[in-house]
Design a protein around this ligand. Structure first.
Ligand code: FE2
Length: 191
């Protein structure tokens, strides 16, 4: 068992278990946001944060989450172990991004991942409003505005997104950080 992982290994694992284009681009978006957050919160461990972002939905196509949503997270951890990785901090963060599985986000990393996951989808949803549907067109102000509209992108959990304030980043800053991170990889994620 290895207790470390490179970004290359994480990317290989992602592609081994996840084939859907939308899931792949979502994973890259969350990775980018996690990198940007790491630069502020845990700069020496940016690669590790990136790997956690990249692999948070590793079981998306393996777990039977439509029937048992609590399996989303624990199954990813099992996949990691099946592939020779035993990294408890990563496992806890992956589980904590789906509180339904029983793990409560507490550490900075866990709270950041909990918030980054819905934020990536939310930024994407805001981009869809613009004629060119590009994240580069999105203004941080419209993220803030849409956030208050509970019916807009209702699937993006506002409470989880607000968890970012527990690690000392105001929501408005988070919106800008996430947007910028996604703009930087816009071509790669088709946005
Ligand atoms: Fe996700």
């Amino acid at each position: 068992m290895s207790d470390t992982m490179t970004r290359e290994q994480a990317n290989e694992l992602l592609h081994k278990y996840v084939k859907g284009e939308n899931y792949i681009t979502h994973s890259y978006a969350v990775e980018a946001i996690m990198r940007a957050l790491a630069r502020r919160l845990d700069p020496e461990r940016e690669e590790f944060w990136a790997c956690c972002g990249l692999l948070h939905d590793l079981d998306e196509e393996t777990a039977n989450w439509r029937v048992d949503f609590a399996s989303h997270g624990p199954v990813s951890c099992q996949i990691l172990r099946d592939n020779g990785f035993e990294i408890p901090e990563m496992e806890e963060a992956i589980k904590a991004h789906n509180p339904i599985c029983g793990k409560v986000a507490k550490t900075t990393l866990e709270l950041a991942l909990l918030a980054a996951d819905p934020m990536s989808g939310f930024v994407k949803a805001v981009a869809q409003i613009y004629p060119d549907k590009k994240v580069a067109s999105v203004k941080p102000k419209s993220i803030r505005k849409r956030f208050k509209e509970t019916r807009f992108a209702a699937g993006a959990n506002r409470q989880y997104m607000m968890a970012i304030e527990e690690v000392g980043i105001p929501f408005d800053d988070f919106a800008e950080i996430a947007l910028q991170a996604m703009v930087e990889i816009a071509d790669e994620i088709g946005l």
